[in-house]
Design a protein. Structure first.
Length: 432
């Protein structure tokens, strides 16, 4: 009896070992086929390798100059007084702007703005000096080209700083102070020392581009996975996502084999985008490698399974462009990086919880720009793990449906061939 039990146990162990080896063999086979198709397919190769390598560099290079210098401004001085000339001298002395030309009226200055010879106009009315010396409030007109945010900021802030400084100097003669310290207290009783905490450069690129880098990971992954799915359907006789074969007879084999290929490629791409690119362009980077790893791991898994779930909607290679490309800007707004999160309507905030980039961008900005730790971004990390789990389940359901559909098509095709053979045999004349 004991020998029979030992033989049964040995047989069960051998079957389990054989089943495990068969599972690993099929998984590695599917991984190898997916990796080979990635290298051979030019479209997938572009989205998986070339775009993640080049796109962040292009974006970062465009926004690398976060401030502008010597912005040309047209001057319309109808006052022709010492006060207006003092204002113009101080204005022109700023490194941000340059008094490029003088005009006789606003019409001439407007024509120069239309020709893009200047980006703004500084206007002094004829009663500027008289109003100022009378003790009334004088007005200086600042007209800016609003199509360029950086030039508008440079012109407006420089004019505001000059006006505040000249106003403080004018007040000193009316304060009846005895010492310079008294004059300082009377003209500027409260000193505001503005120190940027996180975005130390005060530039647009340093504030937005780290979030854009994380979004690039998601969009290129979705495009590559969708393009690969479209290719698989086009190469399949029955337009199925899963081919018929002994290696494709299990859901876990297919899902884990394909996802491991995508994960291996994007482990390298994500390290390059999140660590090398910020270093190249001197972006604020306070993230520790360990914290970054525990954020990017669930993020990549969530994006991969999200993309594999959506791949069931891709019938042709071109469809993925329609599904993914136009969503880049809406997804960026939904993260709250370029638009205040508190201003996003509740319905859209609920929709944003379905997108991995929402929590990926928020978590990355906090650890990279604000110096947060893993404990500080636990809500985002937990949300990403939940998304990865949910989308893994939906991916398994999608591929289960695809396996059943592929088998039905194969059985139907086999039955059709059998019917044709039977019909042909029946029509064949019998010899006597």
């Amino acid at each position: 009896m004991s020998e029979t039990k030992n033989t049964t146990a040995h047989t069960n162990t051998k079957k389990a070992s054989s089943g495990l080896l068969s599972f690993l063999s099929s998984l590695c086979y599917i991984w190898w086929l997916e990796m080979k198709s990635t290298v051979k397919d030019e479209g997938v190769l572009i989205f998986f390798l070339l775009v993640p390598l080049a796109y962040p560099l292009l974006y970062s290079w465009i926004y690398n100059n976060e401030v502008v210098r010597e912005v040309p401004v047209a001057i319309v001085d109808l006052s022709h007084s010492s006060s207006s000339r003092e204002f113009i001298r101080n204005f022109d002395a700023s490194p941000d702007v340059h008094a490029a030309c003088y005009c006789n009226n606003l019409q001439e200055a407007q024509a120069l703005v239309g020709e893009q010879a200047v980006h703004g106009v500084l206007y002094f009315p004829s009663d500027f000096d008289r109003t100022l010396n009378r003790g009334d409030q004088a007005h200086v007109g600042v007209y800016c080209d609003m199509s360029l945010m950086l030039t508008y900021k440079a012109i407006y802030q420089t004019a505001l700083a000059v006006s505040l400084k000249m106003g403080a100097e004018r007040q000193k003669s009316h304060t009846f102070s005895f010492t310079e310290r008294d004059e300082e207290l009377n003209t500027e009783p409260m000193v505001v020392d503005a120190q940027p905490i996180f975005n130390t450069t005060g530039g647009y690129g340093n504030a937005i581009l780290p979030g854009v880098l994380i979004l690039i990971l998601q969009q290129t992954l979705l495009l590559g996975i969708g393009l690969s799915a479209g290719t698989a359907r086009e190469n399949n006789r029955f337009q199925d996502l899963v081919p018929i074969g002994r290696h494709y007879d299990g859901i876990m084999k297919i899902v884990l084999g394909k996802s491991s290929c995508y994960l291996m490629i994007y482990c390298v791409m994500s390290a390059y985008i999140t660590m090398a690119v910020p270093y190249f362009f001197n972006f604020t980077m306070l993230a520790r490698p360990a914290d970054l790893f525990w954020l990017l791991l669930p993020y990549l898994l969530a994006v991969i399974f999200f993309g594999m779930t959506l791949s069931c909607l891709v019938r042709y290679r071109e469809n993925v462009m329609l599904l993914v490309v136009f969503t880049s800007i809406p997804f960026l707004f939904l993260t709250g990086a370029s638009w205040p999160q508190s201003s996003i309507p509740g319905v859209w905030q609920g929709f944003s919880w379905l997108i991995p980039s929402t929590f990926g961008v928020r978590g990355y900005l906090r650890i990279a720009s604000m110096g947060a730790t893993l404990n500080d971004i636990l809500p985002e990390v937990r949300a990403l793990w939940i998304q990865a789990t949910v989308y893994f389940i939906t991916t398994c359901l999608v591929y289960r449906y695809q396996i059943i559909s592929a088998r039905k098509h194969a059985i139907s095709h086999y039955q059709m061939i059998q019917d044709r053979i039977k019909t042909a045999r029946e029509k064949k004349p019998t010899g006597k």
